[in-house]
Write a protein that binds this ligand. Structure first.
Ligand code: GLN
Length: 470
C-alpha cells in the first residue's frame, strides 16, 4: 500500500470525519520537504493550503475531492504564489485569476499544495529546459523524469500528493508518465478548459491528470471536464461522465501502430509493449497491426506548427505586462528587446525564430501551409484506422528515461523523444500512458489511443488493462 488511499476513499473519509484535511495537507508538505533532492517542486502554497484545509475540516467537506491535496504544473494560474512556467521572464508574476481547471477542483474540495517544475513554457521533454533546475527521476536520480510535466510526474511517483496536473501539447503528460511509471491522461482536445493555463500551442494544448491509477485519473478528469465560457474551444462532457468505469477487454479491436514499432525503438521498450499486447490478446482482445502511412511525418509537422503557435503566444511577454521588466532600457524599444533577450531561455528563443520563419511571407506556403495540409491527412488516416479498430496501441516514447545531459545540447535528438506522442495532439484524440513494466529497471509506458470524444471508452479499456499489465 502506498502513502495515499484511492482519491475517492480519501474524500469519503474526510466527509465522514475519519480523516482530516489538515493532516492530509501536512502529510503532503512533509513529503515535499523530505524529497527536495529530486527538485520536483518550484514552490509550495503552504499558507493557502492550510487555510483551505481548515475550512474543509470546519464543515466545507462535502465535495468529491474533499481535502485531497494535489500539485499543479507551474503553468497553471493558481493564487498564493507566482506563476512562472519555469521561465525567468515570468518571475514575479502573480495570477490575477485562477485556471478554470483549478477552480473546478477546488469547488469539489481539492487543495493545491505546490507548483511543479517543467521545461520553461512546457518546451521540452526532460525538464532540462527549466530556467530554474532539472528534476531528477525518482527511479534513478542520474536520469531525467521526462518532460515537460516532469515535476508533476516525479511528484506522483514520489507520492508527494495523490495526483498532479500536467499539460500535453506534444506528449508532455504521457512521456514523463512513461518515464516515471505513473498514469498520465491526455484527453480529447477541448474537453478541459485552457483558461488560466499558460498557452503553448493553442490548437494542440490539453490539460490532464497524472495519478497512480486509472480510477484516480478518471475522477480528476471528470471533475475538470466540460464546457467553459472562458475557452471557446471547449466541448460538452460525455453524458455518461467519466467515472464508474466498467471496462471489458473481450472483443475489443485494438490495432498496434506499425510505424511506432519499427526502426528507432529501443529493444527493451519494444519487448514490454509486445508483451503488453500479448496480455491483452490473451484476455480476449482482437489484436491486429494497423498502418498509418503519413505518421512518420508527424514530428516534422509538429515542429513547424507548434513553434508557429508558440511564436504567436509568446508575443505577449514584452516586459510591460507580465513578470520581468528590463531595468536597463533607455527607451521603449529597448524595454521590449532587453526584457525578451534577458527573460527567454534558449529553447523559447529557438521556437520564436523557427515559428516566425515558417509564418513569414515567402515561407508560409512552403512550411506552415504544407504542414497544415499534412495535419489534415493525418486526421483522415486516423479516422480511417478507427473504422477498422476501436483503439490504437503503441509505445509512448522510443526509449526509457535518458541520462541527464544526454540530449541537452542536441535539440533534434531531444525532439525525437516526441516521435510517438505528437500524433495524438495533431489529431486531437485522447491517449493514455499506462505503466506496462520495466526495461533494465526503468518504467515503460504503454500508449492507448481512441477516436475523438471516446474518452470514456478509452478510460474503461485502460482500467481493464492496468490490472493485467504489472
Ligand atoms: N516535448 C514536446 C515539445 O517540446 C512536447 C511538449 C509539451 O507537450 N508541452 O514540444
Amino acid at each position: 500500500m502506498g502513502a495515499w488511499l484511492p482519491i475517492a476513499e480519501i474524500a469519503a473519509k474526510v466527509a465522514a470525519g475519519e480523516l482530516k484535511a489538515t493532516d492530509l495537507v501536512e502529510q503532503s508538505l512533509k513529503a515535499i520537504e523530505g524529497n527536495k533532492e529530486f527538485d520536483a517542486i518550484i514552490v509550495t502554497l503552504a499558507s493557502n493550503a492550510r487555510a483551505r484545509a481548515a475550512a474543509v475540516d470546519a464543515g466545507d467537506n462535502k465535495g468529491r475531492l474533499a481535502g485531497v491535496p494535489f500539485i499543479a504544473k507551474d503553468n497553471f494560474l493558481v493564487f498564493g504564489a507566482d506563476t512562472t512556467a519555469a521561465s525567468n521572464i515570468l518571475r514575479g508574476f502573480e495570477a490575477p485569476y485562477q485556471a478554470t481547471a483549478i477552480n473546478r477542483l477546488e469547488a469539489e474540495g481539492a487543495i493545491c499544495v505546490a507548483k511543479a517544475n517543467l521545461d520553461a513554457f512546457a518546451h521540452g521533454a526532460s525538464t532540462e529546459n527549466s530556467d530554474f533546475m532539472t528534476t531528477k527521476n525518482p527511479h534513478d536520480k542520474t536520469r531525467v523524469p521526462g518532460g515537460s510535466s516532469g515535476g508533476s510526474a516525479a511528484s506522483v511517483a514520489l507520492e508527494l500528493a495523490p495526483f498532479a496536473l500536467g499539460t500535453d501539447t506534444g506528449g508532455s503528460i504521457r512521456q514523463p508518465s512513461s518515464f516515471t511509471g505513473v498514469v498520465g491522461y491526455k484527453p480529447t482536445y477541448g474537453t478541459i478548459s485552457r483558461s488560466g493555463v499558460v498557452a503553448m500551442g493553442s490548437s494542440l494544448d490539453v490539460i490532464g491528470p497524472m495519478a497512480r491509477t486509472v480510477e484516480d485519473a478518471a475522477l480528476i478528469f471528470d471533475v475538470m471536464a466540460g464546457r467553459d465560457d472562458l475557452d471557446g474551444t471547449t466541448i460538452e462532457r460525455d453524458s455518461a461522465g467519466y467515472t464508474g468505469l466498467s471496462g471489458d477487454i473481450v472483443g475489443k479491436k485494438i490495432g498496434i501502430i506499425k510505424e511506432y514499432m519499427g526502426e528507432g525503438l529501443d529493444e527493451g521498450v519494444k519487448g514490454v509493449i509486445t508483451e503488453a499486447a500479448d496480455k491483452l490478446k490473451a484476455a480476449g482482445a482482437e489484436i491486429t497491426e494497423v498502418s498509418l502511412p503519413s505518421l512518420p511525418t508527424a514530428l516534422a509537422v509538429y515542429y513547424i506548427l507548434c513553434p508557429a503557435e508558440v511564436s504567436s503566444n509568446l508575443g505577449r511577454y514584452d516586459g510591460q505586462r507580465y513578470g520581468h521588466h528590463a531595468s536597463d532600457a533607455k527607451n521603449l524599444d529597448q524595454s521590449y528587446t532587453h526584457a525578451r533577450g534577458q527573460g527567454f531561455g534558449k529553447e523559447a528563443k529557438r521556437r520564436i525564430m523557427i515559428g516566425t520563419y515558417v509564418l513569414s511571407s515567402g515561407y508560409y506556403d512552403a512550411y506552415y501551409k504544407k504542414a497544415q495540409t499534412v495535419r489534415t491527412k493525418l486526421i483522415n488516416e486516423f479516422n480511417k484506422a478507427f473504422e477498422e479498430v476501436d483503439f490504437l496501441l503503441g509505445p509512448v516514447a522510443p526509449t526509457t528515461a535518458f541520462t541527464i545531459g544526454a540530449n541537452a545540447d542536441d535539440p533534434l535528438q531531444m525532439y525525437l523523444s516526441d516521435v510517438m506522442t505528437v500524433g495524438a495532439n495533431l489529431v486531437g484524440i485522447p491517449a493514455i500512458s499506462l505503466p506496462a513494466g520495466l526495461s533494465e529497471n526503468l518504467p515503460v509506458g504503454l500508449q492507448l489511443m481512441a477516436p475523438q470524444r471516446s474518452d470514456r471508452a478509452l478510460l474503461e479499456l485502460a482500467q481493464a488493462a492496468e490490472g493485467l499489465l504489472v
